[in-house]
Design a protein around this ligand. Structure first.
Ligand code: GRF
Length: 187
């Protein structure tokens, strides 16, 4: 099986990144991670790229043409799928069009509910009964592309934001790889 060449975008801890790195070691998992991109030079997740000998690129989003720099690198590495794993920058419509291949994102709520930031506090404030995570295709609308997979759990009345985060992330580690398998099931 020829694996698709993937790039993972991060901004923070990179626990989803390490999870995907582990999964991609399985010969039947459809992607191989060829590049990690971070917009934050202090992102703890970069260490996972280093430890696993995966090339990484730290970008300075204050530079006007930073998306071109990314596109150049994606082309050079022949990347055919981008996984946004906690990447905190909005991706421009122009970037999506120019890349022209698959971009997916993981979001810590049951979309279309609770798009954007501060998800867990919004969920608690809204007294939701259940929550979870969603993996979706990325389009120009923030957290708005077609949904590939959702996973949910029931909220305990004692759960605080940290509990929700913990439970959500546990599901993310299942959902992200499953979504990738689904995308390439018929390829
Ligand atoms: C994840 O919980 C994801 O839902 C959100 O950002 C978080 C990233 O966590 N988009 P990590 O960096 O993978 O640990």
């Amino acid at each position: 099986m020829v694996k698709k060449r993937a790039c993972i975008f991060i901004s923070g801890k990179g626990t989803n990144l390490i999870n995907l790195i582990r999964k991609s070691r399985d010969y039947s998992f459809p992607i191989s991670i060829k590049l990690v991109i971070s917009n934050n030079n202090k992102a703890p997740g970069i260490i996972h790229a280093k430890k696993n000998n995966i090339p990484f690129l730290i970008i300075n989003t204050k530079l006007r043409n930073y998306e071109y720099q990314i596109l150049r690198e994606l082309k050079r590495k022949r990347i055919s799928i981008i996984c946004l794993a906690g990447y905190m920058k909005i991706i421009s419509r122009n970037f999506i069009k120019k890349f022209g291949k698959i971009i997916i994102n993981i979001h810590p709520s049951l979309l279309p509910k609770f798009k954007g930031l501060n998800t867990f506090s919004k969920i608690l404030k809204n007294k939701e009964k259940k929550t979870g995570c969603t993996v979706h295709y990325v389009n120009e609308e923030l957290d708005g592309g077609n949904i590939i997979i959702k996973k949910e759990f029931f909220i305990n009345h004692k759960d605080n934001e940290d509990d929700l985060k913990l439970k959500t992330q546990k599901l993310e580690y299942l959902a992200f790889p499953e979504a990738i398998v689904r995308i390439y099931r018929y390829h």
